[in-house]
Write a protein that binds this ligand. Structure first.
Ligand code: NAP
Length: 342
């Protein structure tokens, strides 16, 4: 059985590729011309250069595959941000679904995000069916976060429409993913900051964390045994940022944060981020007022459907932190090198 995967050169995709290989799939990875293939080095995978905007190239790339995992995605700022998010989330999903239909490929998994799912509290965490808060209030009207939310929601709807025409399609909604191969870095940026400088403040809120290995496995299990037309949250540990950062500080041997982030921090960070992104848009992508505001509230979710229906058993979140920190050390993001096990 051969799996066609987009995004395999990135953080989450690197783990989906490894999980698929472990479960006996042959893997064909879409790579963009000029992209780094470091995350795929040493793996028995086939790489094909396919432009998702070219339907013939997509069809050629899909030839001989039995399943598709669309993991590629982006979160960006700037004048091109909405267009880029629309291209990779909406247009590419549509192109791959068309290709699946033409090539007769029966199974599809879309990597969306927990952003399209509501959130709750410790006592009442949200699940896949919980209503979303008002998007205007949650993400703003004309913000990158709103564009990310809208384009991910549209992509999910395309998959569900295709399911009503016979596709066996599922959507996975990863929450806060932590582990190795986060080369940009995305969610691991907080660990890199903590390892380089003392961070005295912790956000007031909380999130549902998952190790990157479990996230990768969740994609493949959903593809293999998910119920068609269903969403699966991939999040296993509801933790306050304070708790997460304390655990990370202990594992990294650095000082933990002591104080809650002031409530006005979102506005200040938003202004600083807007300036810094002129120097480096990707590096400072998460220095976004709206993103920081989001970390100031508790956004707990219940990922038990993936455990119940897919058999995704949660690993300790410490494993994800250790993997991430070890990888950041080995690749020069943090000082020191991982101590190899005896
Ligand atoms: N990181 C998280 O905590 C998190 C949480 C929830 C959901 N997700 C979702 O997980 C997916 C992967 O994100 P990530 O964190 O792994 O980010 P990442 O490390 O930046 O990887 C993004 C991947 O998508 C590919 N890509 C981006 N735009 C593309 C395009 N136009 N055409 C083809 N490929 C394209 C990239 O290819 P290149 O290598 O060529 O750049 C890379 O392989 C995304 O859909 C994201 O929304 C991530």
């Amino acid at each position: 059985m051969r799996l066609f995967i987009t995004g395999g050169t990135g953080f989450v995709g690197a783990h989906v590729v490894r999980a698929a290989l472990e479960r006996g799939w042959e893997v064909r990875c879409l790579v963009r011309t000029g992209s780094s293939r470091a995350a795929l080095e040493g793996l028995e995978v086939e790489c094909v250069e396919v432009d998702l905007a070219d339907p013939r190239a997509v069809l050629r790339g899909l030839h001989g595959c039995e399943a598709i995992a669309h993991v590629a995605g982006t979160f960006e700022h700037g004048p091109q941000a909405l267009q880029r998010m629309h291209e990779v989330h909406v247009e590419a999903t549509a192109a791959l679904l068309r290709g699946a239909e033409e090539a007769g490929i029966p199974r599809f998994v879309l990597c969306s995000s927990s952003i399209t799912v509501g959130w709750g509290t410790q006592h009442e965490p949200a699940d896949e069916d919980s209503p979303l808060p008002d998007p205007d209030r949650a993400f703003g009207r004309d913000t990158p976060l709103r564009a990310y939310f809208e384009t991910k929601s549209q992509a999910e709807n395309l998959v569900f429409q295709a399911c009503s025409h016979g596709l066996k399609g599922v959507v996975v909604n990863p929450d806060y993913v932590i582990g190795a191969w986060d080369s940009k870095p995305t969610s691991g940026a907080i660990l890199v900051h903590m390892g380089r400088h003392w961070m005295p403040f912790h956000p007031r809120g909380g999130k549902c964390f998952i190790t990157a290995s479990d996230c990768g496995r969740g994609h493949v299990l959903a593809l293999e045994s998910g119920v068609s037309g269903r969403r699966y949250l991939l999040g296993t540990h509801n933790l306050l940022y304070r708790e997460f950062m304390q655990r990370a500080a202990r594992l990294m041997g650095v000082r933990p944060p002591l104080l809650p982030l002031p409530r006005a921090a979102g506005r200040l960070v938003g202004a600083a981020g807007a300036l810094l992104r002129r120097l480096d848009p990707h590096r400072f992508a998460l220095l976004d007022g709206q993103v920081v505001e989001a970390t100031q509230s508790i956004r707990f979710r219940d990922g038990s459907r993936a455990k119940r229906e897919l058999g995704l058993l949660p690993s300790p979140i410490e494993e994800g932190i250790e993997e991430a920190v070890g990888w950041f050390r080995d690749h020069g993001y943090l000082p020191g090198r991982r101590v190899p096990p005896p």
